[in-house]
Design a protein around this ligand. Structure first.
Ligand code: PLP
Length: 421
């Protein structure tokens, strides 16, 4: 019997972590690891920072926890104002949570309550992409397009239409504009068949994360999705849980494309691994509509507590002080070059794609046909364990629904230097 009292995953026993500093971690045998994936794309500023610790300790000394319906707290107000400013006031209201799943879940419920408040209760489902990952709670999983995670729960999900997004590697290279037009046409047909009047919102990651191996969408596609949302009068929700707070080189990934969502969910990098904190940012009139009809019927105990928000503030402050987005741009160029060199060297590196310091490498059995490796070969697990043996942590995934094959993410802390890249 497994001696560990924990049961997170099947598989071999894991080494025990001893300590961490900067982009490195050490296990209890003294082995050193380069954190090439920021844990789970969370530790965006590296480990063991004194400035974040000091800000957290100062807040702990004042007050760690207050409940959102009993007190307003200064760090929460300041962090909300900071996030709003980072969207150039395109989104003007903030609801805090503690994780990415909670952020997506909250955005979905906010969108539903908005339409109920508007007298449109027949809007009962969401449109989302396959593949995609939006979180592990039932609502967020309901809009997730990732076969093995969905399978045990499909009978009890919130209704959701899963549509394909553009896949430039497998289908689009010959004529990208035609590919985008075809994907949008299919999406329109799916929505029209289901009844546009039943749609609450379109949910997507503006730059793909773990489920797609950092697949990029494109400006025309996002403009097309926005146009569909306007036409069908539904909301556009961007899941920036992974991409938000600088990962792609902009504060939020949507800013690369100039297509603004109505609601935005963010988490991971906001607490940078120092404390769980996430947020939903919303158009002010959506919130006003809900407040006028009795308020948002939703919330989590730890939402927006002073310690969480002081941590988020310290993270954003450090990023601004140290011009971290400039580092993301420079290191991103170097990482791209290095990963593309792998493509020239190894025929099984099929595609290298990404933005900023979010890079995906897709592995293929045959570079010409782009055929994936047989699932039972577990290439993604093998390459991850080989990297681990060499002291490098990367983030592995297999998409098992026939849309893409094995891939891994390289997503180091945004503060990494050129030597470590
Ligand atoms: N949305 C996206 C795009 C994610 O990448 C993740 C986590 O990987 C989530 C939502 C869920 O976030 P959490 O694991 O913090 O609940």
């Amino acid at each position: 019997m497994d001696p560990s009292p924990l049961f997170y995953q099947a598989g071999p026993a894991l080494p025990e972590v001893s300590h961490a500093k900067g982009v490195y971690l050490w296990d209890d045998t003294g082995k050193q690891y380069l954190d090439g994936c920021s844990g789970a794309i969370a530790c965006n500023l590296g480990h063991g920072r004194d400035d974040i610790r000091d800000a957290m300790l100062a807040q702990l000394d004042r007050v760690a926890f207050t409940y959102r319906t009993q007190f307003e707290n200064a760090p929460a107000v300041a962090l909300a104002e900071t996030l709003i400013a980072l969207t150039h006031r395109q989104l003007e209201k903030v609801f805090f949570v503690s994780s990415g799943s909670e952020a997506v879940e909250s955005a979905l419920k906010l969108a539903r309550q908005y339409f109920v408040a508007r007298g449109e209760p027949q809007r009962q489902r969401f449109v989302s992409l396959r593949p995609s990952y939006h979180g592990s709670t039932l609502g967020a999983l309901g809009v997730t397009g990732y076969g093995p995670l969905e399978a045990p729960f499909t009978d009890i999900f919130t209704a959701s239409l899963k549509v394909p997004g553009p896949d430039f590697y497998r289908h689009g290279e010959a004529n990208d504009a035609r590919h985008v037009a075809r994907v949008l046409e299919e999406t329109r047909a799916t929505i029209e068949a289901a009844g546009p009047e039943t749609i609450i919102a379109f949910v997507l990651e503006p730059v793909g994360g773990a489920s797609t191996g950092a697949r990029l969408l494109d400006r025309h596609y996002l403009e097309g999705v926005r146009a569909l949302c306007v036409e069908f009068d539904c909301l556009l929700i961007f899941d920036e849980v992974l991409t938000g707070v600088g990962r792609t080189g902009a504060w939020f990934a949507y800013q690369h494309y100039g297509v603004t969502p109505d609601l935005l969910a963010t988490a991971k990098g906001l607490g940078a691994g120092y404390y769980p904190v996430g947020a939903v940012l919303s158009r002010a009139d959506i919130v006003a509509t809900i407040m006028a009809s009795g308020g948002f019927q939703h919330g989590h105990t730890y939402a927006g507590n002073p310690l969480a928000c002081a941590t988020g503030l310290a993270v954003v402050d450090a990023m601004q002080r140290e011009h971290v987005l400039d580092n993301v741009a420079a290191r991103g160029r170097e990482l791209k070059e290095g990963l593309q060199a792998l493509k020239a060297r190894f025929p099984w590196v099929g595609d290298v794609r990404g933005l900023g310091l979010l890079w995906g490498v897709e592995l293929v059995a045959d570079a010409d046909t782009k055929a994936p490796f047989p699932a039972e070969q577990n290439r993604f697990a093998r390459i991850t364990s080989l990297a681990r043996e060499e002291g490098l942590l990367i983030y592995p995934r297999r998409t098992l629904n026939g849309v893409a094959g094995d891939h891994f993410l390289v997503t180091p802390p945004l503060t990494i230097d050129a030597a470590d890249i």
